[in-house]
Design a binder for this molecule. Structure first.
Ligand code: PLP
Length: 525
């Protein structure tokens, strides 16, 4: 770059940095826009204090080695919202529906618009507006990221095109020669990413049982930079003590990353437990309707947030505006959906545990794990979630059960309003080579939806009865998403029907017929 160009670039960068700092300070609501660093630090410390943080972040900041703030290291514009600016005392149910979608939109819409544009016009070639290019930043995405940051108590949140893109970004914090310790019982896609991608790029991947703190402590080496786990794990529902893992990780200057897809923020907020990075496949509970894919990375440390923002922009993995809109919409009902589905889950787990053909039920509720695991789970989240896994002792029995179920659709994924079922070994976790898989082959995973629990219980009973019988499989084309396949209302014998009709139906039909033919209704039909 020629000298003049370089100076111009530096000037522009300086202006952007100043602009960004001012905006972030303004968003802080402190009223002081002087950019006074000590006041900012004090505010940040207060926020850290308020989320129970006693860790010296300057010690564990990784992998950013310098404090110097360069344009390339900065988050996209405007600066990523910091939780410091919108800390509030609302309960999760209220936080799901509050609105802060687009404060600068001239039409003041009451729902976040989809800013479906790739570029934004700038005031001049040397002045810049808040957004310039959607890969770097988009108002619909900012609204989503801000909402997620609030729900997760994060310094910043980042929306990605899928849960895997979010997980990939976490692994990109590592460089060649670094080591990541990963829970043995990890989601199949993450297993594939680590063993067939990261390992090939010189990152050492070590699997460890994160429910066993002694084993984790033993496995940590000077090369270890990240510990990554899930609690409950998917699909064995093993519980790791996140507080103790965070303390252990921080003692060794290691970051703790948690894939909390199973535990949406309305029931668990791992950053408050000391976790550094929370990842979600937003495809599950944030969407809630199985209509879009997306991923989230939520970060507690603003310095680490800079690095994630840089990767999101540099690698072009950010979520598109329309999907951001769908997730914003999903968040509004997340508390309601999750709570209703959890109530169903408890009843279904109880019914399964009592059934003679079910061997073991795995879920973070009574009878679904050890009392110690349940104690830990209850100390770090306010609910059991909506996923249950169980074994039957026979792969063919498990298959017959799933094939016979009408309401638990055979589908990978979870967290939708409707109930789903799958066999992890051949479906969600099939990417783990058989010889490395620790899952029982007969394991069934259910994702419980928000249907009337009586229908779900009846459907399970019917499917279990069918699986226990010698009957041949039902004849249908396998894609069981047809109304015709739903359980039918039992038909009373003919004379019962006519007696019932004569007593109740006839006058209603007659009145409907008369009303339907009245001249007034005909006008409005
Ligand atoms: N994490 C967990 C626990 C998952 O179950 C999944 C997908 O099923 C992912 C991450 C990947 O998310 P996505 O499918 O949105 O890429």
């Amino acid at each position: 770059m020629a000298k003049g160009q370089l100076e111009f670039q530096e000037e522009v960068d300086a202006a952007r940095i100043e602009n960004a700092m001012w905006r972030s300070w303004k968003a802080d609501g402190s009223g002081d826009h002087s950019g006074d660093h000590s006041a900012k630090t004090e505010k940040l410390e207060r926020v850290r204090g308020s989320i129970g943080d006693s860790i010296d972040f300057s010690q564990i900041r990784y992998p950013q080695e310098t404090r110097r703030c360069r344009y390339d290291d900065l988050p996209t514009f405007p600066v990523r919202p910091n939780f410091a600016g919108f800390e509030n005392a609302l309960q999760p149910a209220s936080q799901c529906v509050v609105f802060d979608g687009c404060p600068e939109d001239p039409y003041h819409p009451s729902n976040t618009p989809i800013y479906q544009t790739s570029t934004f016009v700038q005031p001049s070639s040397s002045e810049f507006g808040p957004y310039d290019y959607t890969r770097s930043g988009n108002p619909t995405r900012t609204a989503l990221e801000k909402h997620v940051a609030m729900l997760e108590h994060a310094a910043a949140a980042f929306a990605f095109s899928s849960g895997m893109a979010a997980l990939h970004t976490v692994t990109r914090l590592l460089k060649q020669g670094d080591e990541i310790l990963v829970n043995e019982d990890i989601y199949g896609g993450m297993h594939r990413l680590l063993t067939q991608d990261c390992a090939h790029n010189g990152v050492q991947v070590t699997f460890v049982d994160t429910t066993n703190l002694t084993a984790v402590a033993k496995a940590i080496t000077p090369k270890t930079k990240i510990i990554h786990t899930e609690s409950p794990s998917n699909p064995r529902m093993k519980i790791s003590d996140l507080r103790k893992l965070a303390t252990l990780a921080h003692q060794h200057k290691v970051l703790l990353s948690v894939d909390s897809t199973m535990m949406p923020p309305v029931i668990c907020q791992p950053l408050l437990l000391g976790v550094d990075l929370v990842v979600h496949s937003a495809t599950k509970f944030f969407s809630g309707h199985a209509d879009c894919t997306g991923g989230l990375v939520c970060v507690r440390d603003p310095e680490l947030a800079h690095r994630v923002a840089f990767l999101q922009n540099a690698e072009g993995t950010a979520l598109a505006p329309f999907e951001c809109f769908l997730f914003l919409r999903g968040i509004k009902t997340m508390w309601l959906r999750v709570n209703r589905a959890q109530e169903n889950t408890v009843q279904i787990a109880k019914a399964l545990a009592k059934h003679p053909r079910i061997k073991e039920v795995f879920y973070p509720g009574p009878g679904g794990c050890s009392s110690e695991a349940l104690r830990i789970h209850n100390s770090q989240s306010s609910g059991c979630g909506c996923i249950i896994s169980f074994t039957t002792g026979s792969v063919s029995f498990s298959r017959r059960f799933l094939d016979a179920s009408r309401l638990f659709k055979t589908t990978v994924s979870f967290g939708s309003v409707n109930s789903l079922g799958e066999m992890p070994c051949t479906m969600s976790h099939a990417s783990i080579p058989a010889e490395e898989r620790t899952l029982p082959a007969d394991l069934v995973r259910l994702s419980v939806g928000i249907e009337d629990v009586r229908d779900l219980l009846q459907d399970l009973q019917r499917a279990l009865d069918f699986a226990s019988s010698q009957k041949p499989p039902p004849e249908h084309d396998g894609y069981d998403s047809r109304f015709e396949d739903l359980p039918v209302v039992p038909r009373p014998p003919d004379e019962e029907v006519s007696r019932h009709m004569s007593r109740h139906m006839w006058p209603v039909d007659f009145l409907a017929f008369r009303a339907g033919n009245s001249p007034l209704l005909r006008v409005y039909r």
